[in-house]
Design a protein around this ligand. Structure first.
Ligand code: GDP
Length: 439
């Protein structure tokens, strides 16, 4: 995500490398490069200029205190300004009402229906809401089917009236239905067009007037850059929406939409969607996004993802095993499965500060652990629980079973032993003394 922008910003900061202090000349050079980087990322010229003017103003006259270099100071200033540009702090999501009504609008193909399914999943699993999806696209019969499939995947109900061509009526009936079925949120997926279109706008505006939504979310494909910003403006002029959803952030987006939308329509980005799977939806945090753009990783999101998978009792059990040097192949396999549940491996590693950049050209496949899994799968339960039991003949059998050779099995055994020692050492160390680790 935003790789090219990250690289260009990094190269802008190189202007300050080795400089003892910040001065007008090195600020000017850095700022010029930052502006170029933003414009190349499809940020509108006016926004880029205003942004860099602010950065220059903040940097000028800043004293470089002992602990940080001019480069670090500049990174901090840019990080603060990027955060501000994308909305400052996290926006609230309103689910008040009985039922709370959420209206989804956007162009056809922007990812509206996919997002509707993801939002239902998010509200159901993270906010314990019972959700009813409403198919209010009366033009494409396939739209009802698509929504029904997604609803099936996330386990929520759909309301539709295939014969009714009046979306306002459908929305109103859905509200009644939600009340009888005790649903506390309804999400109305509306029809889109390929381009901004008066009839489409009027239709969504009529639904809005009839149902008084708690949230009107404008969904936009982040790959469309400046067009995304123009479309947002057209929709906002007409609908006065409450928030933006950026989709397809898993693609090769340059960043223009994420950086310019808030400035242009003065509405916050509330969610970002990055994939076709139903759990690839994230609340948008401007500060974390700024950190990611600057290649400093998004350690906070990583920690949250890990916490979502964290099982206190299991962790205690594991800790004890490690302490007693009883960590075995089965435990290792279980840990691998946990990591895999957290999501796409490359995305996860990209969140670790410094790792994202280093890895951008490396093709990390999600099956990176496949070889190890194959070896452990070829062991008997006894062997998995007793790493010391692997005699040469057992190794032969495991090698055959996993399609590896003996050297690979031995290499893995050695790595496993080293890892075990390392884990034991870390486990026995008081956390307070470990640099960088607190709890
Ligand atoms: P709609 O016409 O606005 O309802 O758009 P859809 O939800 O049908 O999405 C259009 C296409 O984009 C579909 O092929 C989706 O699978 C795909 N899509 C939607 N959101 C994402 C996303 O976040 N990432 C990726 N890679 N594809 C997406």
């Amino acid at each position: 995500m935003f790789n090219s922008l990250s690289e260009k910003l990094e190269s802008a900061f190189k202007n300050l490398k080795g400089e003892a202090r910040i001065n007008d000349l090195n600020i000017a050079n850095t700022v010029k490069d930052i502006r170029r980087a933003l414009i190349d990322a499809d940020v509108n010229f006016k926004i880029a200029k205003e942004f860099t003017d602010k950065v220059r103003e903040k940097a000028t006259g800043e004293k470089v205190i002992n602990a940080i270099s001019p480069g670090q100071l500049m990174v901090k200033i840019v990080q603060d300004e990027l955060t501000e540009l994308m909305g400052g702090s996290e926006a609230q999501f309103n689910v008040t009402g009985n039922p709370a009504i959420i209206l989804i609008a956007g162009l056809q193909g922007s990812g509206k229906t996919t997002f509707t399914g993801k939002l239902a999943n998010y509200l159901k699993t993270k906010k314990a809401k019972s959700v009813l999806l409403v198919a209010a696209d009366v033009y494409r019969p396939a739209a009802i089917d698509q929504l029904t499939v997604l609803a099936g995947q996330v386990g929520v109900d759909v309301y539709s009236e295939p014969e009714n061509k009046n979306p306002v009526e459908i929305a109103q009936n859905a509200i009644k239905e939600a009340k009888t079925r005790n649903k506390n949120v309804i999400i109305i997926d509306t029809a889109g067009r390929l381009a901004v279109d008066e009839v489409m706008m009027t239709e969504v505006a009529n639904i809005k007037a009839a149902v008084n939504p708690a949230e009107i979310l404008f969904v936009v494909d982040s790959m469309t850059g400046q067009d995304a910003v123009n479309t947002a403006k057209a929709f906002n002029d007409r609908l006065d929406f409450t928030g933006v959803v950026l989709t397809k952030l898993d693609g090769d987006t340059r960043g223009g939409a994420a950086l310019s939308i808030k400035y242009t329509v003065n509405k916050p980005i509330k969610f970002v969607s990055s994939g076709e799977k139903m759990d690839t939806l994230d609340v948008f945090y401007p500060d974390r996004m700024a950190q990611r753009i600057l290649g400093m990783g998004d350690i906070t999101s990583l920690v949250e993802k890990a916490q979502a998978q964290y099982d206190e009792a299991e962790a205690k059990k594991l800790e004890k095993k490690i302490r007693k040097n009883q960590f075995d192949f089965q435990d290792f396999m279980d840990q691998l499965q946990q990591i895999k549940k957290m999501g796409n491996l490359k995305d996860l590693m990209g969140m670790i500060p410094g790792v994202g950049k280093a890895m951008k050209d490396i093709d990390i496949k999600d099956d990176a652990f496949k070889g190890i899994e194959a070896m452990i799968s070829s062991m008997t339960p006894f062997e998995r629980a007793n790493p010391d039991s692997l005699t040469p003949s057992r190794k032969q059998r495991i090698a055959r079973g996993s399609g590896k050779d003996i050297a690979e099995i031995n290499a893995f055994m050695k790595q496993f032993e080293q890892m075990k020692q390392m884990m034991k050492m870390m486990n026995n160390m008081p956390m307070g003394r470990m640099p960088g680790l607190r709890r």
